[in-house]
Design a protein around this ligand. Structure first.
Ligand code: NAD
Length: 368
């Protein structure tokens, strides 16, 4: 009894949850707990001005709860800007499940999670993210309609990752055009960090376009598989920031653009699919400019997956999804041009673009 009381007290007294939520301007954060299946999940709904909050569920073995909260808050906020910049009628949300996706996941857990999502009444719609797959979405879909990225043979759009990878590939090309005057990738040295669902397909596109690709992954078997399948080079994860490259494509987890790594980076461009690449949007956005590195804002370049799953909500049409994804190329060129003209970071230019749409639609809604 005493233990329970002290835990509750500690949680209440722990400073900062509301401060953090207010700081990022979230509408709602929900904690789900199910002892029987071991489910511990947090759903963060950042902004629903444009529509219901759509964002994937990340299943990750966080070191502690604070890390999970911070991740879900940052990721969900990113989704608001991603949907806004991509011209979608969706809000920003994201969820995390705390645990090891390889060993802790079960059908019961994912279905219980589906029931929890159902209780939010459609304000949050989920999809895949790191550690979750179409199989999980299938389980979730048994309990709620508010799920996308379900398998194609169930009428869904399937794994969004190939579309994310294609959009990222076009974003790499747009960045190369901005930096070198044309978007030819042949001979360009690209370092792809993380060879999962997105990274692998990105590597395939890059190799086909004639780029000289090096890969890394925390799983050595993935590096070996990539070397064998795509005839690329491979390095250990820690060596990434010291490799001589033209383009660094982060496709693993976020915050790799931090004080230490930016100092070490030897590249002209950062263009990859990972979410929240800048550890600090302002400080590290500016540090990249100082180093002469062009940064393709993550939430713009990696919008393909969101575009793909959002297509499922309106009756999936592959052609429409691909043409919406192709617009990432022009959108990035526009952002680079705004950043140059206004002397701001590319991240700031992209945020301005997204915020302008959010403001316009909010005022439109207020007038309805
Ligand atoms: P994934 O889990 O399939 O792949 C991630 C890969 O990165 C794994 O192979 C993992 O072993 C590796 N990895 C993890 N930490 C690493 C490290 N420190 N160094 C090297 N490799 C590391 O995930 P994914 O679906 O390919 O997504 C990759 C990134 O892109 C994530 O940040 C995700 O949020 C983002 N993203 C994905 C999508 C999508 O459609 N899947 C859409 C938008 C953004």
């Amino acid at each position: 009894m005493t233990v329970v009381k002290s835990k509750v007290e500690a949680a209440i007294q722990s400073p900062g949850i509301f401060e953090q939520i207010s700081g990022y301007d979230h509408e709602q954060v929900v904690f789900f707990n199910d002892k029987a299946s071991g489910l511990k999940s947090i759903v963060a709904i950042h902004n629903t001005v444009l529509g219901p909050a759509l964002g994937g569920t990340r299943f990750w073995n966080y070191n502690n709860e604070a890390e999970a909260i911070n991740d879900v808050l940052r990721l969900s906020r990113g989704m608001t800007f991603k949907a806004a910049a991509a011209g979608l009628n969706l809000g920003g949300g994201k969820a995390v499940i705390i645990g090891n996706s390889r060993t802790d996941k079960s059908e019961a857990m994912m279905r219980r999670y589906g029931k929890f999502i159902e209780s939010l009444g459609g304000k949050y719609i989920t999809a895949e993210d790191v550690g979750t797959s179409t199989r999980d979405m299938e389980w979730i879909s048994l309990e709620t309609e508010h799920v996308t990225g379900i398998p194609e043979n169930m009428g869904g759009s399937g794994d969004p990752s190939p579309v994310t990878a294609y959009g990222t590939f076009l974003g790499v090309k747009a960045s190369v055009k901005e930096m070198y005057g044309n978007d030819d990738l042949s001979g360009k040295k690209v370092m792809v960090q993380g060879t999962g669902h997105v990274g692998e397909v990105l590597v395939k596109h890059l190799v086909e376009a004639g780029a000289k690709v090096t890969v890394t992954d925390i799983h050595a078997d993935r590096i070996q598989y990539m070397i064998k399948t795509y005839k690329v080079a491979g390095v250990e994860p820690d060596a990434v920031y010291d490799v001589d490259m033209d383009i660094y494509a982060p496709c693993a987890l976020g915050a790799t653009l931090n004080d230490d790594n930016i100092e070490r980076l030897k590249c002209n461009i950062v263009a990859g699919a990972a979410n929240n690449q800048l550890a600090d949007e302002v400080v590290h956005g500016n540090l990249l400019i100082e180093k002469g590195i062009l940064y393709a804002p993550d939430f713009v370049i990696n919008a393909g997956g969101l575009i793909n799953v959002s297509g499922e909500l309106e009756g999936y049409n592959r052609e429409r999804v691909m043409s919406q994804t192709e617009r990432i190329y022009e959108r990035l060129l526009e952002i680079f041009s705004i950043a140059k003209a206004s002397n701001i970071t590319t991240q700031q230019a992209a945020m301005q673009m997204a915020n302008a749409r959010l403001k316009d639609i909010a005022s439109l809604n207020a007038r309805l």
